[in-house]
Design a binder for this molecule. Structure first.
Ligand SMILES: Nc1nc2c(c(=O)[nH]1)N[C@H]1C(S)=C(S)[C@@H](COP(=O)(O)O)O[C@H]1N2
Ligand SMILES: [Mo]
Length: 320
């Protein structure tokens, strides 16, 4: 199986160029110019969709040197257990997710708790495009142009109280829309959390789109967070609630196995997962395919300059 691998160099990228590239890909696929049967994990549904454009301005401060992971991999190789545990499941089954109407409630230790409609939330701040390296705890990585704005813009609106030390993110859990909820591997709803300073860090992106288009459902539509210095599971999808707390929130994955998945889960090549090393990673969609050499995972996934100071003095083997 071979796809057209048009890995774009960062210098060429404007959201428009990215969008055009994607459009051409769709056209090529529709015209059958891939010339071969689609891989089973490559959903026709994802190609047939007619995604809505988001206008976002590329933030040059977050333009990575690494080539972008082609859209087809970003949208067909996913973890979204609400739609099944196989990487191909979300692209195949997430079409049942209803992203309108959608509200997100902001509650807990804030002066101004509020329930916001997704379309109001979209307009809260100017949309930026940021190219982030993403590293899954399972050992694979991607480079994705995300569209959104810093979560801090929303947090500042609700005015957290001095007692708010943590932020909890809660994903939708609806059995009617999400077939994966039948399996009890996770104590639904999917829950994640951050310390307040992590939530306020400019890197933390409240995300509505990728590649200049609204988020595909399999990527966590209509709104998710993206934390490029943490393992992928911290980036909760399809969020319906954000709660400010004094105590460290219990997260789904640390409840699943506290020894394997810590609260912080910062990408750290020196701290192994109990069952495997985290020193190397495999870049999904590398044009060299299975022959592509594994690459070294960087401390904080390469974002040490922006985030390391938040963990100064902490024993990262203990607070993994
Ligand atoms: N609600 C929810 N959010 C989730 C997950 C999930 O199963 N459910 N999987 C996480 C994991 S393990 C990863 S690697 C990323 C994958 O995001 P992507 O599919 O957009 O690349 O989403 C994270 N967010
Ligand atoms: Mo992950």
């Amino acid at each position: 199986m071979r796809f057209i691998d048009k890995t774009i160099l960062p210098g060429d990228i404007t959201p428009q160029a990215v969008f055009e590239n994607r459009r051409n890909l769709i056209k090529a696929a529709a015209a059958g110019s891939f010339g071969m049967a689609l891989a089973p994990w490559f959903s026709r549904e994802a190609l047939a969709a007619n995604p809505e454009k988001l206008s976002a301005v590329l933030n040059q401060a977050y333009a990575s040197k690494d080539g972008l992971t082609p859209y087809k991999y970003v949208t067909t190789y996913n973890n979204f257990y609400e739609f099944g545990t196989d990487k191909a499941d979300p692209a195949e089954y997430a079409h049942t997710l209803q992203t309108r109407p959608w509200t997100i409630s902001i509650e807990g230790l804030v002066k101004k708790p509020v329930t916001l409609d997704i379309d109001a939330l979209l307009k809260l701040a100017p949309m930026e495009e940021r190219i982030y390296r993403m590293r899954c705890v399972e050992g694979w990585s991607m480079v994705i142009p995300w569209d959104g704005y810093s979560l801090s813009k929303l947090i500042n609106q609700v005015e957290p109280l001095g007692s708010a030390k943590y932020v909890e993110f809660i994903s939708l859990a609806d059995k009617v829309q999400m077939p994966g909820l039948k399996s009890k591997i996770i104590d639904w709803p999917y829950r994640e959390g951050l310390r307040m300073d992590e939530a306020m860090n400019p890197l933390t992106l409240l995300t509505f789109g990728l590649y200049g288009e609204v988020l595909p459902k399999q990527n966590g539509a209509p709104v998710r967070i993206v934390l490029p210095w943490k393992y992928g599971f911290k980036s909760a999808k399809s969020i319906v609630k954000i709660r400010f707390t004094e105590e460290m929130p219990k997260t789904s994955w640390s409840q699943f196995d506290a020894r394997e998945y810590g609260f912080y889960s910062n990408v750290n090549p020196q701290v192994d997962h109990p069952r495997w090393s985290q020193a190397m990673e495999r870049r999904i969609g590398d044009p060299k395919g299975v022959f592509a050499p594994k690459i070294k995972t960087q401390m904080f996934n390469g974002y040490a300059e922006q985030v390391a100071s938040m963990y100064a003095g902490m024993d990262l083997k203990k607070f993994y």
